[in-house]
Design a binder for this molecule. Structure first.
Ligand code: V47
Ligand code: SF4
Length: 392
């Protein structure tokens, strides 16, 4: 394949051997043989290893290694969550060039839901056994902290047993700035209201070069990491993302992953890593050519291999499309995210996936890939199988 050493199938001893053993022979003979030895030994991979993994054209060797780690951690288990996304506002003081969701203050198409409207969205689906609310929005100039606190309290009121994963570190920094409070004061108020985890958005790419080009007004990479660590210290866990497939280099992707690995060594508070595949339509980067399937699978696989202290890697089907997300389950991913219900950020930027999947559809996708579906909550604790399958 490509510039990598070409392996002839006839070199491999396939008689009577399992696919795993044939895969092992393949990887050992590839250019990645030394990295494979480290993966087998459970040794930490270096920055140079990460760059080589991105540069290889031997996707199958890379996938074999990532799958080895994925199955070592989770066997055949593949997670999904019964969740509902709620976007409370798309009005944003920032102007990230990759974002098709946001509107500037005063611009046509901007919206802010009242606390009652947010509660009504949760109430509309009370007949479905949702276990997680995923709540995010833009950095709205002018909303008081009490709005966010009330919004969380109202959702909690509608469904007290559900877990609320709300507000990225970028929104938290914005709230603190507006309310003239410290980040820890804001996080404490939100946690008291019912926030148990922060979603992973806003990380984009930590490279200063990329942030300067795409989102110069946004919270800095250092700020993003500091707020995530602050949340972890207060007992609020969080997710982490990487927005890939635009102007970033493979080395910048690797540095992003290593910064997350370092932060996770310090706190252990990250739950899952989510590579977000860039959707270009209606954005300031719509001229960029579409990312390839190779980039999607490589990014998931390299993340699985470098992030040795992250328990989970999510194949977010909204951005990847369901077919690629399903294949990613053999390239390091162990989670598909969830039912979602109503998605705006990817779809306003041209994502062609559905806006929702039913539990039956998610489980069928997982089973068709030969994996075992496990319904999970925000913290990846298995949810007891429900007797009533009619709602599915
Ligand atoms: O912060 C914006 C990204 C993020 C585009 O934590 C785009 O479980 C692709 O973080 N193409 C929000 N991505 C979404 C997010 C998320 C989603 C699902 C689950 C979780 C979780 C987190 O979406 C933003 C930004 O990085 N984004 N525009 C775009 N055109
Ligand atoms: Fe605002 Fe987030 Fe969109 Fe950036 S990505 S413009 S911070 S909503």
């Amino acid at each position: 394949m490509g510039s990598s050493r070409k392996i002839e199938y006839s070199e491999l001893d396939v008689r009577g051997f399992s696919p795993a053993s044939i895969g092992e022979q393949w990887v050992k003979r590839s250019d990645l043989g030394d990295i494979y030895e480290k993966v087998v030994a459970g040794s930490r991979l270096s920055r140079e290893d990460g760059v080589r993994l991105f540069e290889t054209q031997d996707l199958l060797a890379l996938g074999f290694m990532a799958n080895l780690v994925r199955e070592r951690l989770h066997g055949q288990d593949t997670y999904w969550v019964f969740n509902q996304h709620i976007n409370y506002s798309n009005i944003c003081a920032n102007d990230c060039s990759f974002c098709a969701f946001s509107r500037s203050p005063g611009e046509q198409g901007g919206f802010v839901l009242t606390v009652e409207e947010v509660a009504a969205k949760a109430r509309e689906r009370l007949h479905e056994p949702i276990t997680e609310y995923h709540v995010v929005g833009g950095c709205h100039p002018g909303l008081p902290l009490s709005y966010y606190v009330d919004l969380v309290r109202e959702i909690k009121q509608v469904r007290p047993e559900a877990l609320i994963k709300a507000f990225t570190t970028v929104e938290i920094a914005h709230m603190a700035q507006e309310a003239k409070l410290s980040v820890s004061e804001v996080l404490t108020e939100l946690a008291d209201a019912g926030v148990v985890a922060l979603p992973g958005g806003g990380a984009e790419v930590f490279s200063h070069r990329i942030r300067q080009l795409l989102c110069p007004e946004k919270l800095s990479s250092e700020g993003w990491l500091e707020i995530a660590k602050e949340a972890h210290k207060l007992g609020i866990r969080s997710n982490a993302t990487l927005l890939y497939g635009h102007l970033e280099t493979p080395a910048e992707r690797v540095d992003h992953l290593l910064a997350l690995r370092q932060a996770q060594d310090e706190t252990g508070g990250f739950i899952t890593f989510i590579p977000l595949a860039f959707q270009p339509s209606n954005t300031g980067l719509s001229h960029l050519s579409a990312r390839t399937g190779f980039t999607d699978l490589k990014t998931i696989a390299v993340a699985r291999l470098l992030l040795d202290n992250f328990p989970h890697i999510k194949a977010y089907w909204i951005m990847l499309g369901v077919k690629m997300a399903q294949v990613a389950l053999y390239f390091g991913a162990d989670d598909l995210d969830g039912t979602v219900m109503e998605e705006q950020i990817g779809h306003m930027a041209g994502a062609s996936s559905a806006e929702a999947l039913t539990p039956n559809e998610l489980e069928a996708l997982i089973r068709a890939a030969g994996r075992r579906p496990v319904e999970r909550d925000t913290f990846f604790r298995p949810v007891r199988p429900r007797a009533d399958t009619k709602t599915r």
